[in-house]
Write a new protein. Structure first.
Length: 136
């Protein structure tokens, strides 16, 4: 599982095209959230975004107050999957069951797994790691 948490491995997986596949999917209920919230200020500063956190930044196009700047930035996300579907803090999705005469690929998740909610086929909106899935 550690190899999949490597940034290069995840990047390789996420850039591959996805194709829809009918599955007989057995997935345990799970809820993922960051505890504590992510420190986005530190992450953005590592990526080179620094000026918004400085008291000298010019936000005059956003506010008439010349003394504003971003002092901190945190991110909290939650995604929950159960029998009713999936719900995310920033949006929601629905898992729909389809019946078909053709044989479906069976995929029963009864072990630790990584999950990703991909927006627009390319943008990972949520990525998580379930260590102890609930019994199905």
């Amino acid at each position: 599982m550690a190899q999949f948490r490597n940034n290069d491995t995840m990047r390789t997986i996420l850039v591959k095209p996805f194709a829809p596949v009918e599955l007989d999917l057995k997935l345990p209920r799970f809820k993922l959230s960051e505890l504590p919230a992510l420190d986005m200020k530190a992450m953005l500063q590592l990526m080179g975004v620094k000026s918004i956190f400085e008291a000298t930044v010019d936000f005059s196009n956003l506010s008439s107050d010349p003394n504003i700047y971003v002092s901190d930035l945190v991110h909290k996300a939650v995604i929950e999957v159960d029998e009713q579907g999936a719900e995310a803090a920033a949006g929601s999705g629905l898992i729909v069951g389809l019946s078909s005469a053709m044989n479906k690929m069976q995929f029963h998740v009864d072990h630790p797994f990584l999950m990703a909610l991909i927006y627009n086929s390319t943008v990972p909106a949520f990525i998580g790691h379930v260590v102890e899935p609930e019994a199905m």
